[in-house]
Design a protein around this ligand. Structure first.
Ligand SMILES: [Mn+2]
Length: 328
């Protein structure tokens, strides 16, 4: 039962918290946590770690298929296959970063305003302690709460959003809070700086032609899926860096950015999306951006395919996010 602790040059911060070693304890044993990281739920014990992975079990903002409240549980189960070293990047992740599984943020089923307020209150002190958070959603409405909390510490954020949908709509059923409106609310509230924001992977049927004008109107750069897949990964990284600049940014990854062949377990699937390989390569290209927070959202396990492939992709997307932190 040992934690990875092999970076003696890590000055003055005590133990480096990492996963249990699968070479001495089989990876299918033990209580499920993200990547078999130690579970540290008490805020007082979070200080000193580099990164906290946490769940946000919530699907009260979905407009179609529910079930993302079980996303964190499924991602944790799939994540036990992760290993400490990222061979694609040549980067040691666990062992270089001190990481914990910080449990789940509080939610209130049926009450979206209360839920977003509780998530925000839960995250803000973590961000204030200088700990980077990677949240496992949850439908995309939870990102609004994360952005509120992290912007309260770092100021307005650049948003890098991988998604089939812009989530810039104004109302669903006359109501302002929903997984399809979070990005617009975040811009209106000033927690996201649209001039430093970009959405990638957009596709699928819209309500009307005017939907295509929402991005330009609100000042957000958009890369449709067709254009995104025509770019090499390095070019994607340069396009994002040109928009996001050097200021603090948030990376939000909606798994419906991928084709349903690769990520069927999601709330609003759209055919014609990225492959797993394209998506991971795109994430790896973002190493020039100053991300201060991350999430992977819209994993709905009840709709997942055999082998829980959506949850498995989500776990690996989080591993790439951790790698971006470790490589800095
Ligand atoms: Mn979305």
């Amino acid at each position: 039962m040992r934690a990875v602790n092999d970076r003696p040059d890590r000055a003055g911060s005590g133990e480096v918290l990492g996963p249990r070693d699968a070479l001495s304890e089989p990876r299918f044993t033990g209580v499920r946590s993200f990547a078999r990281l130690p579970v540290v739920e008490r805020l007082e014990e979070v200080g000193g770690v580099d990164c906290a992975v946490l769940g946000i079990p919530w699907d009260g903002g979905t407009s179609f298929r529910p079930g993302a409240r079980f996303g964190p549980e499924a991602i944790r189960s799939a994540s036990i296959l992760l290993r400490p070293y990222n061979q694609a990047r040549g980067t040691r992740v666990f062992g270089a970063l001190s990481c914990i599984d910080h449990g789940d943020a509080p939610t209130v089923p049926g009450y979206i305003e209360h839920t977003l307020a509780r998530i925000e209150a839960h995250l803000e002190p973590i961000a204030r302690a200088g700990v980077r958070t990677i949240a496992m959603g949850g439908d995309h409405s939870v990102t609004l709460a994360e952005l509120r909390a992290i912007a309260a510490v770092h100021g307005p954020l650049g948003l890098v959003q991988f998604d089939a949908h812009s989530d810039l709509w104004d109302r669903y059923n006359e109501q302002p809070l929903n997984h399809g409106t979070f990005a617009r609310r975040a811009i209106e509230e000033g927690v996201v700086d649209p001039a430093r924001s970009i959405q990638l992977g957009l596709r699928g049927p819209l309500y009307e032609a005017a939907d295509l004008k929402l991005g330009p109107k609100l000042g957000v750069e958009q890369l449709a899926c067709e254009e995104l897949v025509s770019l090499r990964a390095g070019e994607i990284g340069r396009r994002v860096a040109a928009v996001a600049g050097s200021g603090p940014a948030f990376l939000s990854f909606d798994v419906d950015c991928l084709d349903p062949a690769f990520c069927p377990g999601t709330g609003t699937p759209e055919p014609g999306g990225l492959t797993s390989r394209e998506a991971l390569a795109a994430l790896r290209s973002l190493d020039a951006i100053g991300f201060v927070g991350f999430d992977v959202v819209e994993v709905s396990p009840a709709y997942d395919g055999p082998g829980q492939i959506t949850a498995l992709f989500a776990a690996n997307a989080i591993f790439e996010m951790l790698t971006l932190l470790a490589a800095r």
